[in-house]
Design a protein around this ligand. Structure first.
Ligand code: GH3
Ligand code: MG
Ligand code: MG
Ligand code: MG
Length: 314
């Protein structure tokens, strides 16, 4: 789906820009004014299975840094028209807030430069000429650490779905992606029906297992680019990039029938559960509008509950 390859050459220099990084592939952003080195770095890192956006243009690097939320950033400090510290200055808040491992590569061997880069938030500093193997090993370690940290921060322990802290971040990413592709995406809020009764009858532990079963069921039925979050107790949010409201409604109606028919293994006696959902298409993907769309989806969910549950409303 996201595999189209594009290479953009802005007037100010080379930018190798790929399509959207598929969900599972780490995205690396590289800034270096040496086009030959840039090309070499890109090839080597792609060979390791990473998705790479590489540019010689500092302004574009800053843009991609904010727009594409890379998993890691490699930048050269000495760039003729804009010194590398200016780029660091422009992104240092984000590096701290979202932990985006940043490696500075530089010809400058001065101790002061190294210290300044690290004080500004660089995680690593490597001198040129680069030892490619060392760079790759260090990037590998950084990405593994970032993944661990993101899991701690953003994954719900009980179900393995994302937690609500992830919502703003992923909503923002999906909005920017939708703007680029000039399409909308669709948000659904799902809530298990009469879940209190399940707890009352079978106890909390089995209730917990129903929640985990529900997540496993949903995950097995959605695309890898769709996002499933546990928003609260027995309430979930699904985000479907590139899908229209009508398509999502049909999908969820099918899943509702399927899930309602499953005899959940969690309980000692027969146990089935159903869910209701409210669906809204995010037709104006504005990163700041998450609560507004969520409220609309919630209203549709409320209607689904009012109309008798085990149903989808838009
Ligand atoms: P409705 O169909 O209107 O959604 O009814 P409901 O009973 O599902 O909704 P209500 O909001 O009244 O109750 C939700 C229940 O979910 C109450 C709470 O005890 C339970 N719950 C919330 N979080 C958890 C959890 O992590 N584990 C378990 N086992 N239960 C939970
Ligand atoms: Mg340079
Ligand atoms: Mg409920
Ligand atoms: Mg609820």
């Amino acid at each position: 789906l996201h595999q189209e390859q594009e290479t953009v050459y802005p007037t100010s220099g080379y930018t190798y820009l790929e399509g959207e990084a598929p969900g599972s592939q780490p995205l690396i952003l590289i800034l270096d004014d040496d086009a030959a080195l840039l090309h070499y770095l890109k090839e080597e890192l792609e060979r390791c299975g990473y998705y790479v956006i590489a540019t010689v243009n500092p302004a574009l690097a800053i843009h991609y840094f904010h727009d594409r939320a890379p998993d890691c950033f490699i930048l050269d400090l000495i760039i003729p028209e804009q010194d590398g510290f200016q780029v660091m200055e422009a992104i240092k808040e984000q590096i701290r807030k979202r932990y985006i491992p940043t490696t500075v590569i530089s010809m400058d061997v001065a101790r002061e430069t190294r210290l300044k880069a690290i004080r500004m938030g660089a995680d690593d500093f490597l001198n040129k000429p680069l030892d490619m193997e060392e760079l790759i090993v260090r990037i590998e370690r950084q990405l593994a650490r970032k993944k661990q940290l993101d899991e701690l921060l953003f994954i719900d322990e009980l179900t393995g779905a994302y937690n609500r802290k992830y919502l703003d971040e992923v909503f923002r990413t999906l909005c920017l992606e939708a703007q680029r592709n000039q399409e909308s995406f669709t948000m659904a809020v799902l809530d298990l029906d009469h879940f209190k009764k399940i707890n009352d009858r079978f106890g909390h532990l089995i209730g917990d297992r129903v929640l985990a079963d529900f997540v496993a069921f949903l995950k097995s039925r959605i695309r890898s680019s769709d996002v499933l979050l546990r928003y609260g107790g027995e309430e979930f949010i699904l985000l479907f990039p590139g899908m229209r409201e009508g398509e999502v409604r049909i999908l969820l109606e099918r899943l509702g029938e399927e899930f309602g028919a499953i005899e959940l293994a969690a309980a000692p006696e027969e146990l089935r559960a159903t869910f209701s959902a409210g669906v809204i298409e995010v037709t104006e993907p504005d990163p700041a509008s998450c609560r507004r769309w969520l409220k609309l989806a919630d209203q549709a969910l409320y209607l689904a509950k009012e109309l008798g549950r085990n149903r989808i409303e838009t």
